[in-house]
Design a protein. Structure first.
Length: 277
């Protein structure tokens, strides 16, 4: 993305530049007009990633992997399972049950944070465009956005701890599952997790993001035309920080959906293997 001076600026750098100027100037409007489009571009990119996810991500495909038929399978001795190699997501290490709990928490994050922010941030951006008082507001949402970031960072670290470069996506049963009973628990929990994911309308999420991007474009175009020449640093930084944070959240949600799909297929293939023992 190019800023107003024709230089390539990432969203992270744009945000840092704007924050630095806000510390040293009481009027960052022109810089905001130049740099917020870089942040909006990253949000648009996350939206496009979500659209692509919708094209290739088949919830019906996941539903076909439901594990209901497995629960009645006969028990398999642990000593037999100890010699069985089972599939895992590529690069996975550690315990599948703990990993799936982390993914469940990631869906919680979408439901409790991202879905709420999609609604609230659209209201913020739309009000900035239409309401003079909101342009001059000194309300600072930095702490709120940093809280969202911290929670997401913790989840990302937890998920990353389950992966290591060089692992092939295949491991011994007891390296991935504590026991046969734990595996059956994982199957049951995976049913619930995929059903939760199925309740999220990817197209609706992408449409919500597009509304925000389009409204940001209106705000920037209006400033460029000179429709307004004053806006508080707080209001402008709220737009910048919110746009960047939402882009990170949408990207995190898309990654979560992919991870759940990969895990579900690995569990299903493990079921098939155990049934043949």
């Amino acid at each position: 993305m190019l800023n107003g001076k024709g230089n390539t600026v990432t969203g992270t750098v744009a945000l840092e530049m704007l924050a630095l100027e806000a510390e040293n100037s009481n009027n960052i409007l022109q810089s905001a007009v130049s740099l917020i489009p870089n942040l909006a571009s990253e949000l648009a990119t996350s939206m496009n990633g979500l659209k692509e996810l919708g094209k290739v991500f088949s919830f019906s495909e996941l539903k076909s992997k439901v594990h209901a038929n497995f629960f009645g399978a006969k028990n398999v001795p642990e000593d037999v399972l100890s010699k069985v190699f089972v599939p895992t997501p590529e690069g996975f290490i550690g315990n599948i049950d703990k990993y799936q709990i982390s993914l469940d928490s990631s869906v919680d994050y979408y439901e409790k944070v991202t879905s709420v922010m999609l609604r609230e941030f659209y209201v913020t951006v739309a009000a900035f465009v239409t309401n003079k008082d909101r342009k001059l507001s000194i309300k600072d949402d930095t702490t709120k956005f940093k809280g969202y970031e911290a929670a997401r960072t913790d989840l990302t670290k937890d998920i990353s701890s389950h992966f290591s470069k060089g692992n092939t996506g295949r491991t011994l049963f007891h390296d991935a599952y504590g026991s046969y009973d734990e595996f059956k628990k994982v199957c049951k929990d995976n049913n619930s997790l995929t059903k939760r994911l199925d309740q999220i309308d990817l197209k609706k999420v992408a449409d919500q993001v597009k509304k925000i991007v389009d409204t940001l474009d209106i705000a920037i175009a209006s400033a460029e035309r000179g429709d307004y020449d004053k806006a508080s640093n707080e209001a402008l930084m709220n737009l910048a920080n919110g746009t960047f944070e939402l882009a990170q959240q949408v990207e995190f949600f898309a990654a979560t959906a992919y991870r759940i799909k990969a895990l579900t297929f690995a569990i299903s293939e493990t079921e098939d293997k155990i049934k043949k023992l």
